[in-house]
Design a protein around this ligand. Structure first.
Ligand code: SF4
Ligand code: NI
Ligand code: NI
Length: 709
């Protein structure tokens, strides 16, 4: 078949080029020269995943490339050989790309991203498993015209798909003012071989979340086929190298839709199909990958989707802003009786946007009244926090903080598109009803922009916040008889189970005990199951019989016991999308914590990416544990290991983030308000030896605690 010949040709070209560039690089830098991508624990991920070699120097690449050349390049026109050509092309692409990083951590200029660090993968973990990001599209080539290409990308953005762009489509999007970049879940990878950064991203999902051991090629391919919802849209003419790259995608199990008319003998039903009509490309691709979308019709004149969550709107881009200390603002979700909620009603109390001059500041009160037969007062806070996300999903809308600290902006662009204050109501009503169908039967929204009315209503809101905080304070691990499981991440980490208790948030930071409770109410058979604690087997370490039983079954019998309150003995497992990670520091007799945001080295000798790579895939690793940021200030923070007083190092940013609560907890524990100043950070040192004198001088309590190990 012609396609096999093209794949073989293209793969030979790619491998030949890789060989040539490798030889040149070795001549220039020497065989010992280090080769690595920035910020990853997986070396050259495609090689690590598929054949398991830990490549660290140029010289080590030589035998790998030789083997691929000898084994994978087979001219006989068979589909199996075409896939092997595809695999060879991926290796070649990975090598060519890695060479660009020799002695240069950032070979690409904006807007190109090049290699995507592990941190981005881990951040995408939860949105990928909870369906916020239902799939990953890789678009390569050049659209028939810029408008059509831009419309395609916009369509994917509005559906929440993570988009990766390669080649001319990037310039086409930029020309059409499509927002690209990490903030928009639309990543312009670069040109030509930079497409392998989509593939090595997917390969790392298998290594980091799936717990697939490196080099287990068949298991990795199985994982890619069944769990990575990626597909390729190939635009423009198909030359040999493009076909070879396509064969690489097929090898990974990613279907391809092309806008080129393919004769039937070149099509592979279900895997490689043509669709010249641009309006139908996305639909076909989603079908081939079996991605089902929740269609929500939101009657607002702007695009709404998670792609716009990270969008910032600067002051000078804003038509009007609300709250943020410059004017009063608040948001409140209230449970209400059936007869006090008129479903779908939106009321604007005060001026509409047409009466707000450009650059003005107004107050904003958002009251969402909800009636639902299964609604509980406990869910008010859970639903209220969603307001932040729902509003941010709007293109041209910006929202930060919460409660009476909330701060909003509407961009000039959104105003121009016809966005009105009342549309906040439309957006919230549509999203609450679609995301929480089981607990939300009727919703009504009141938007207050009137300065007098807001002063009166904000008092009601503040009373509510106080009552809620009092309730949360009383919500301890002891005060409830039920914890919840979370197995949401099992779609990527099949053996991982989070146990969520009132005082221990899920390690992604996104699932609290109340969230889990609400989610169980919405989907009783879903990922959050109630577990009655039952008999306690170890009070200090936090082990319960029923939790063990549950864990055993739901971890596919890979885990028998878990302790909730220690890091050292049968600790909770990690999936991979943890916000922070902690590790033992033997020399200082303490523990350190580092976060996904902190890219620097740490006293355990590893950066976040490297550390994270040692811990994940649902395996217990005593001495290491993925956690949610807020767990640090919980009164159930590793009490069996000495609690908060064990922490000897954390990044400055985390200290700052938790500042007040850290001080408060330290006082409660009798560590003194100045305990925070005894915790070292990167400005003190990034090795155990560097921080030890600091800890000694400040008489850090961990130094006097029982030995950790
Ligand atoms: Fe994943 Fe655990 Fe968060 Fe659930 S709580 S989404 S399993 S990390
Ligand atoms: Ni936004
Ligand atoms: Ni996870």
């Amino acid at each position: 078949k012609q396609i096999c010949e093209l794949a073989y040709q293209g793969a030979s070209t790619a491998v030949g080029l890789a060989e040539k560039l490798l030889t040149e690089a070795i001549e220039k830098h020497g065989a010992e020269a280090p080769v690595k991508y920035p910020d990853t624990a997986y070396k050259l991920p495609i090689v690590t995943a598929l054949s398991g070699e830990d490549i660290t120097t140029l010289g080590e690449i030589v035998p790998v490339l030789q083997r691929i050349k000898a084994n994978n390049l087979r001219p006989e026109p068979e589909l199996g050989n075409a896939l092997l050509s595809g695999e060879a092309t991926l290796y070649a692409g990975e090598i060519i790309e890695a060479l660009r990083y020799v002695g240069n951590d950032q070979p690409d200029e904006a807007p190109y991203t090049g290699f995507l660090p592990d941190r981005i993968l881990r951040k995408c973990g939860v949105p990928l498993v909870d369906g916020t990001i239902p799939g990953v599209a890789v678009i390569t080539g050049k659209a028939k015209d810029a408008k059509a290409g831009a419309a395609l990308v916009k369509d994917l953005q509005s559906k929440g798909i993570l988009v990766m762009l390669v080649n001319d489509i990037i310039e086409q999007c930029i020309a059409e003012n499509i927002k690209v970049g990490l903030d928009y879940l639309t990543l312009p990878l670069g040109k030509f071989t930079q497409i392998v950064h989509a593939v090595n991203f997917a390969a790392r999902a298998g290594l980091a979340f799936g717990g697939v051991p490196k080099g287990e090629r068949e298991r990795m391919l199985e994982y890619q086929k069944n769990r990575v919802p990626a597909f390729v849209i190939a635009l423009g003419e198909l030359d040999a190298v493009t076909v070879a790259i396509g064969a690489g995608a097929l090898f990974m199990g990613f279907p391809i839709v092309t806008d080129q008319a393919l004769p039937p003998e070149l099509q592979i039903p279900g895997l490689l199909e043509p669709q010249p009509d641009y309006d139908k490309i996305v639909k076909l691709a989603l079908e081939l990958r079996n991605i089902k979308l929740k269609i929500v019709d939101i009657p607002v004149p702007i695009t709404v989707g998670p792609a716009f969550e990270g969008e910032t709107i600067r002051k000078k881009e804003a038509w009007v802003e609300f709250g943020g200390g410059r004017s009063p603002g608040f948001e409140l979700v209230r449970m209400a009786d059936a007869d006090h909620v008129e479903d779908g009603k939106i009321e604007v109390v005060g001026p509409e946007i047409d009466e707000m001059p450009e650059g003005s500041v107004f107050p904003m009160g958002i009251i969402v009244d909800i009636y639902g037969r299964k609604m509980q007062e406990d869910f008010e806070g859970v639903l209220e926090r969603r307001i932040h996300y729902f509003i941010n999903y709007g293109e041209g809308l910006w929202h930060v903080a919460q409660r009476d600290l909330c701060w909003l902006r509407i961009s000039k662009g959104a105003k121009e598109a016809g966005f009105k204050i009342r549309h906040f109501g439309e957006l919230l009503i549509a999203k609450f009803k679609s995301d929480y169908p089981a607990i939300v039967d009727r919703v009504q929204v009141t938007l207050i922009t009137d300065a007098q009315v807001i002063d009166e209503k904000i008092k009601i809101a503040r009373e509510k916040y106080q009552a809620r905080d009092a309730r949360l304070k009383g919500l301890t691990d002891e005060s409830v008889d039920t914890f919840y499981s979370c197995t949401l991440c099992q779609s990527f980490a099949p053996n991982h189970v989070c146990i969520v208790s009132p005082e221990r948030v899920g390690l992604c930071g996104a699932v609290s005990w109340l969230d889990a409770k609400a989610s169980n109410e919405i989907t009783p058979t879903g990922p959050n199951q109630p577990i009655t604690k039952g008999e306690c087997l170890d009070e200090a370490k936090g082990m319960w019989k029923n939790l063990n039983d549950f864990l055993y079954t739901s971890s596919n019998r890979t885990l028998e016991e878990v302790n909730l309150y220690t890091l050292m003995d049968k600790p909770m497992t990690s999936c991979g999308c943890f916000e922070a990670i902690m590790a033992v520091l033997p020399l200082t007799n303490g523990v350190m914590i580092t976060t996904r945001e902190h890219s620097g080295d740490t006293p355990c000798g590893m950066s976040f990416s490297t550390l994270a790579g040692t811990c994940g895939g649902g395996v217990q690793t005593p001495g290491f544990m993925g956690i949610g940021r807020r767990y640090v200030v919980s009164s159930k923070f590793i009490p069996a290991d000495g609690g908060l007083g064990r922490i000897v190092w954390m990044p400055k940013e985390l200290k700052e983030y938790l500042k007040d609560e850290l001080a408060e907890r330290a006082v409660q524990l009798g560590l003194g308000a100045d305990f925070v100043d005894k915790i070292a950070d990167e400005t003190v040192g990034i090795t155990e030896e560097e921080i030890l004198p600091f800890l000694e001088e400040r008489q850090h309590p961990a130094l006097k605690m029982d030995p950790l190990m």
